[in-house]
Write a protein that binds this ligand. Structure first.
Ligand SMILES: Nc1ncnc2c1ncn2[C@@H]1O[C@H](COP(=O)(O)OP(=O)(O)O)[C@@H](O)[C@H]1O
Ligand SMILES: [Mg+2]
Length: 208
């Protein structure tokens, strides 16, 4: 039975599609059978997927519109090891369907308080749907006051935070433009190391 991961966050530009594509690729490279579902009407992952070269890691892919998502998940959950759901911004119906279907919600946040505030709707959604969630700090500077402010705020809220963070790295956009994940286009880069560490932490039973 597939482990289903939804990447959700109300704020556009937080890194949802980047995170979804990169963890899907890293899991696929690791020999897992992965299906990536793009539920965002903007379909950036559909366009990304269309660019994937034939030599890229094998990845199941569909772009079901909101209400078709449950059917797509049901079709794949017996045969896939992982189903990764990219979701639209706004905590609307489509995001709710994805969060409901998921075993774990990853919430990318960039190190700024407005980004953290914007995630509150997604946290409320995950709690309402009783789906475990984890923040993933994205574009995190290695040091600095902003990093400390955001870390402290998450600690104060006792929020579940992945120990695996992603730095602000140009490799992500470069890989995306080729239809690849960073673990394919720049396998030895710090970005790839970070993605592999995050992806290998995503396992059933480690959801809480
Ligand atoms: N860790 C990162 N380092 C550098 N650029 C990033 C990173 N994560 C995302 N980006 C860039 O930020 C922009 C928005 O990311 P995207 O994944 O499309 O966000 P969302 O899907 O939440 O709207 C893209 O241009 C992407 O390349
Ligand atoms: Mg997106």
């Amino acid at each position: 039975m597939a482990f289903i991961i939804a990447v959700a966050q109300q704020k556009g530009g937080a890194g949802k599609s980047t995170l979804a594509a990169n963890i899907a690729v890293a899991l696929a490279q690791n020999g897992q059978k992965v299906v990536l579902l793009d539920t965002d009407p903007q379909q950036s992952l559909q366009r990304w997927h269309a660019l994937r070269p034939a030599t890229a890691a094998p990845l199941g892919f569909e772009a079901p519109s909101g209400w078709r998502l449950t059917g797509a998940v049901d079709r794949h959950k017996r045969s896939a090891d992982f189903i990764v759901l990219d979701t639209p911004p706004h905590a609307d119906t489509d995001a709710r369907i994805a969060v409901r279907a998921a075993d774990l919600v990853l919430i990318p946040v960039q190190p700024s308080l407005p980004d953290l505030w914007a995630a509150e709707g997604t946290v409320a959604l995950a709690e309402a749907e009783k789906t475990p969630y984890r923040f993933v700090l994205n574009r995190l500077p290695a040091t600095g006051r902003l990093r400390d402010v955001v870390m402290d705020e998450l600690k104060r809220r006792k929020a579940p935070v992945s120990p695996h963070t992603l730095g602000n790295r140009s490799a992500f956009a470069a890989a995306f433009a080729l239809g690849l994940g960073v673990t394919e286009s720049a396998a030895r880069s710090p970005a790839a190391e970070e993605v592999r560490a995050l992806a290998s932490s995503l396992r059933p039973g480690k959801a809480q």
